[in-house]
Design a protein around this ligand. Structure first.
Ligand code: FAD
Ligand code: UDP
Length: 392
């Protein structure tokens, strides 16, 4: 490919008449494409390296007719009414509250670890003491991060904290990140706090549901607009020169965009094994975590999550954490740590030098551990600033 045919950082951006180029057809790219096409009435070229839309939320029907999530189980949950109402334009919903059990010493206990988990794992007298202390220090209904709990002076709280740290967090986190919990941003393990209640749901958000016809159908409706051209299976660098595009929104890896000139940012990856079984059900809840003693972290059964009825067949997904190997697997997770954030900020400086010709967003563009609703919220916020600048 001749050099001038590449969209390169630092190229002579001519942003006068062309369409908007959006790189990446995940939640971030699809939201921005839909808004720019619909509200601004502009042409959008949405280019995606993978052979499908939806990014990591892509789903499809496997050979046995089970709707599966290609890149691990995706459960929608949000406290943002704005995000909920926005996505509700493109899908009906099916109510679903995710529940997770963790295998601990042969028992299956609710995670986030709650009062029922405590009563299952500790002798009655110790459990009563622990729950009493939790109520005294934190109150009923509190959610306490494991790293906070570990710092407590009270012996019973420490007994609980050490147990939960060892049995639930330590090995799982080493597998998932190749780092122990205290070497990651506390927000990582804080996603799964200890709950001082009987609430056994994985999430407590106001809105929790699954798109009734799946995520891919939702994305298809978002992109169903004459102003949007979708180009699949294509790296954006293979497209026509930058000057054809008014502006670029980039939702891939920010370090890759700048050709790693400040060094590669670290990411974690996963391998997913899909297994179809000739039975109605494999496990009792959507996900079972295996913190210890297995090379995988969790097994999810999609039929629980989607509510799909398929007779005598079920498909499970087993997740094996992996190092990110460019070209071999996907960079699913930025690794939230102070030094990585500082490293990312050097790329943000590069981004600012484009003077707004290239806008970065999304889990990879912002190098942030976003959930789907946060990716959409961030995209809507970016769109508002674009619309304001365009005088809309
Ligand atoms: P992505 O979905 O990563 O989309 C970016 C796209 O850009 C990719 O498709 C990529 O192929 C494309 N791209 C990159 N570079 C180029 C290039 N050079 N040219 C063309 N295209 C390019 N969130 C939840 O809310 N609930 C969950 O239960 C949940 N579970 C998850 C489970 C797993 C295993 C993982 C990995 C994530 C999970 N998430 C969940 C997070 C969710 O996947 C993300 O928040 C969301 O997909 C982010 O969307 P995005 O558009 O920012 O990024
Ligand atoms: N975690 C853990 N044990 C568990 C569940 C979670 O150690 O049983 C830790 C682990 O570090 C994980 C993090 O908490 O990466 C966040 O978990 P979550 O389920 O939110 O991860 P995701 O669904 O984003 O992979």
């Amino acid at each position: 490919m001749p050099d001038q045919d590449r969209v390169r950082p630092g190229a002579n951006w001519d942003m006068t008449n062309g369409a908007w180029l959006i790189v990446g057809a995940g939640f971030t790219g699809c939201t921005l494409a839909e808004r720019i096409a619909n509200v601004l009435g502009r042409k959008v070229v949405l280019v995606e390296r993978r052979p499908h839309i939806g990014g990591n939320a892509f789903d499809y029907y496997d050979e046995s007719g089970v709707l599966v999530h290609a890149y691990g189980p995706h459960i929608f949950h949000t406290n943002s009414r704005k995000v909920w109402e926005y996505l509700s334009r493109f899908t009906e919903w099916r109510r679903y509250e995710h529940r997770v059990l963790a295998v601990v010493d042969g028992m299956r206990v609710p995670v986030p670890f709650n009062v029922n988990s405590i009563r299952t794992c500790f002798p009655a007298a110790a459990a009563a003491q622990i729950v009493g202390r939790l109520l005294r220090y934190y109150g009923w209904g509190a959610n306490v991060p494991i790293l906070t709990l570990r710092q407590h002076h009270d012996g019973y709280i420490r007994l609980l904290a050490d147990y939960v740290y060892e049995k639930i967090f330590y090995e799982y986190t080493l597998k998932q990140w190749e780092l122990p919990p205290d070497e990651l941003d506390p927000l990582v393990t804080g996603r799964v706090p200890v709950r001082v209640s009987l609430d056994d749901r994985y999430f407590q958000d106001i809105y929790q549901a699954m798109p009734a016809n799946g995520y891919t159908a939702l994305f298809q409706r978002m992109l169903d607009h004459p102003n949007i051209e979708v180009v699949l299976g294509t790296d954006y660098r293979q497209l026509a020169p930058a000057r054809e595009f008014k502006r670029i929104i980039y939702t891939g890896m920010i370090d890759e965009f700048f050709e790693f000139r400040r060094g590669p940012l670290p990411y974690r990856s996963l391998r997913f094994d899909f297994v179809t079984l000739n039975k109605e059900r494999f496990q009792e809840v959507g996900t079972v975590n295996y913190p210890n003693g297995q090379p995988f972290t969790r097994i999810s059964e999609l039929k629980h999550i989607t509510g799909q009825v398929v007779e005598n067949k079920t498909t499970i997904t087993v997740e094996y954490p992996e190092r990110y190997a460019p070209g071999c697997n996907e960079p699913y997770y930025p690794i939230p740590r102070k030094d990585n954030r500082a490293h990312y900020l050097t790329y943000l400086e590069e981004a600012q030098k484009t003077n707004g010709a290239v806008l970065f967003a999304g889990r990879l563009g912002d190098y942030k551990y976003y959930n789907m609703d946060q990716a959409v919220g961030r995209a809507l916020q970016l769109f508002e600033s674009i619309a304001a600048a365009e005088g809309v």
